[in-house]
Design a protein around this ligand. Structure first.
Ligand SMILES: [Zn+2]
Length: 85
């Protein structure tokens, strides 16, 4: 298959027009990211720029072994705890 121009892998696919919520959207030749709403005739772009870092990142998850050992120690089952090397 030959394309008139190469597909844009970064093009996003909106499901609704941001102005009228219409669903009849088609790619537009205005730019590589443009979409045309056939209901309100607006042409708009949808781009993904990246993901912002959270203000408070969650703590890294403990391993199953580490969580089990801490739970056993918390509930007083010290006889079955693994010995630290
Ligand atoms: Zn629209």
């Amino acid at each position: 298959m030959r394309f008139r121009r190469e597909p844009n892998a970064n093009r996003n696919f909106p499901t609704h027009c941001p102005y009228c919520a219409g669903e009849a959207l088609f790619p537009d030749a205005t730019s590589d990211f443009a979409w045309k709403c056939t209901e309100c005739l607006r042409i708009f772009e949808v781009k993904f720029y990246g993901q912002d870092a959270p203000d408070h990142a969650p703590a890294p998850a403990k391993s199953t072994e580490q969580a089990l050992q801490e739970s056993l120690a918390r509930h007083g089952h010290v006889a079955v705890l693994r010995k630290e090397k």
